[in-house]
Design a protein around this ligand. Sequence first.
Ligand SMILES: *[C@@H]1O[C@H](CO)[C@@H](O)[C@H](O)[C@H]1NC(C)=O
Length: 224
Amino acid sequence: MAFIKVTPSPLRTLVVLALILSHARADPDPLQDYCIADIRNQSPYSVNGAPCINPNSACISHFTTSALSRRGNTKANQFGFNVTLTNTANLPGLNTMGLTMARIDMAGNGLVPPHSHPRASEVTICLEGVIGVGFVDTSYRLFTQILRPGESFVFPKGLIHYLYNYDLKNPALAISGLSSQNPGAQIASVAAFMSKPWIPDEVLGKAFQITGQDIAKIRKNLGG
Ligand SMILES: *[C@@H]1O[C@H](CO)[C@@H](O)[C@H](O)[C@H]1NC(C)=O
């Protein structure tokens, strides 16, 4: 491939920026009013979202759910949190709309550990308790806030963020809206230490400046 020498220019910066942004766009816009997810259809084709049922069969129950009305089990993990999501099974009318809702339950002193959503920005509202939230931007600056009931916070797409219940005894509750039907989530500590197969010890040792013993201890603490 020929090497073309280019000098930086405002136009070029703009083009590069546009290219980067075009890779970070939201879910595609639907081409119909709604596309009720046909969750029984085992289509061999890959579509962006689930295939739709016949729109004539759409009914009110496809657009409503009580999936977020129940408290999640915060004892299911060592961090003391549980996230309940809307999806094509419990809210089939949301299919192709580029949205997800999440109910976040935290036990007293519970933590949603630092994690990121590769495909979604998130806006969260505290409904119960006192929740410390924060995210780190790509220059490693931390933005943090304490939320009380009724107060909201936004986590930019792809950036590492957390929610922590400062109350040692009482549970906390937050509801989030996410800008993708499939936000995805990666918990930073789990991705680093609990991947399958494991990231080689040499890599983690250098990255975190720790020994093989430290790595083994962290893995054990994380339930590995
Ligand atoms: C939330 O609770 C359910 C039911 O106990 C459990 O299956 C699920 O793994 C929990 N989620 C997390 C993130 O711990």
